[in-house]
Design a binder for this molecule. Structure first.
Ligand SMILES: C[S@@+](CC[C@H](N)C(=O)[O-])C[C@H]1O[C@@H](n2cnc3c(N)ncnc32)[C@H](O)[C@@H]1O
Length: 340
């Protein structure tokens, strides 16, 4: 009989990686990773302290041991170096696995059906996205804020996720007051916990609304800077191009001197040269796919620039994340102001 075993191992590699990605995310979400990070632990203590079913937890840990994520010695479990490496980047798991696994599962169904959108866990998307932004978009936003004509005093973050931008900015800018608007209840609850834990409840307020409901409301804020981190492409999916232009015009009519900071991802999915980049394959390729199937639309840098023009905005500055984090130049930050 022909020996197919080597082929089979190669052919099953995506299944191995799918299982691993999902189990690593459970490892983070259930708190097992955090517990082991605090110190090695036996199964009884782990299952009791985290209120997890002992036998099944043993099964998950056995699987993770075979993947070299935990070690198991004399009845005690500990994190491996590989686990600690994954742990540093857990936010990518929160967003892509926690937030979007259900989306990947629905791809086949959505291909058949009359523009039906796949679902996602929006709270986890917002929370994971903020964790990723800690490395790329938050430092980028800070660099763009330094280019503003006046120092920021009141910041409004629309689609703020778990308010990580607001917390990080308030920690480094003592004069700043910050407001976040976020439609996901889960992300708002997470934001409130983080803000309280950082002792910033007197300087940061989060409003559980969509941007439209917020703009139609009577909140009397006077922001000098507004942040839209990966949110315009959400509004584009929900309201179309005319809706985004109307939204931007409404914002600048209400706050004529506002500094607008927009972070977006340049849609280069069809550019084979860029898509050979390691981070493009590991991150942007699944990221682009997700956006084809959920109610959001990624566009190119050129497309956004022409939309800003139509919305009466000028680009004061633009920039990219630090090259040491992301050298693809696929993520772009724009500092915008109303023209004239
Ligand atoms: C990709 S996450 C970005 C989170 C964060 N701004 C960042 O830069 O990491 C998109 C966020 O926009 C929020 N969002 C989606 N539609 C929105 C709308 N119409 N108004 C306000 N926020 C919205 C989502 O709930 C989610 O938290």
């Amino acid at each position: 009989m022909m020996n197919i075993e080597q082929d089979l191992v190669a052919a099953l590699e995506p299944i191995r990686q799918m299982t691993l990605a999902i189990c690593v995310n459970h490892f983070f979400e259930t708190g097992v990773y955090r517990k082991l990070e605090a110190g090695e632990c036996d199964l009884d203590t782990l299952s009791r302290s985290l209120d997890l079913e002992r036998a099944r937890l043993g099964g998950l840990l056995g699987y993770l041991r075979n993947e070299n994520i935990v070690s198991h010695d004399k009845g005690v479990y500990a994190l491996t170096d590989k686990a600690r490496l994954l742990g540093r980047y857990s936010a990518w798991y929160t967003m892509l696995v926690g937030g979007y696994t259900e989306t990947f599962v629905q791809v086949g169904e959505c291909l058949k059906g009359q523009g039906k959108w796949a679902t996602r866990d929006v709270g986890k998307v917002g929370i994971g996205s903020c964790g990723i932004s800690h490395y790329d978009a938050i430092p980028l936003t800070q660099r763009l804020m330094a280019k503003m004509d006046t120092p920021a005093r009141t910041l409004l973050d629309l689609g703020c996720g778990n308010a990580m931008y607001l917390v990080e900015f308030c920690k480094t800018m003592p004069q700043l007051r910050a407001y976040g608007v976020e439609p996901s209840r889960d992300a708002c609850l997470s934001a409130e916990r983080i803000i309280a834990a950082e002792g910033l409840s007197d300087r940061i307020k989060v409003i559980n609304k969509s941007v439209r409901d917020f703009l139609e409301g009577k909140e009397d804020l006077k922001p000098d800077v507004m942040v839209l981190g990966f949110v315009l492409h959400e509004i584009l999916g929900q309201e179309g191009k005319a809706g985004v232009i109307d939204f931007l015009k409404t914002v600048t009519a209400r706050y004529p001197a506002i500094n607008l900071i927009v972070i977006e991802v340049d849609n280069q999915a069809a550019n084979p040269t860029i898509m050979e980049h390691g981070l493009a394959k590991a991150y942007y390729n699944p990221y682009y796919l997700i956006h084809e199937f959920t109610e959001q639309r990624l566009m190119t840098d050129a497309w956004w620039q022409s939309l800003y023009e139509e919305a009466g905005l000028k680009i004061v500055n633009h920039d990219y994340p630090d090259e040491a984090v992301d050298s693809t130049r696929l993520e772009i930050g724009y500092l915008l102001k109303r023209r004239g």
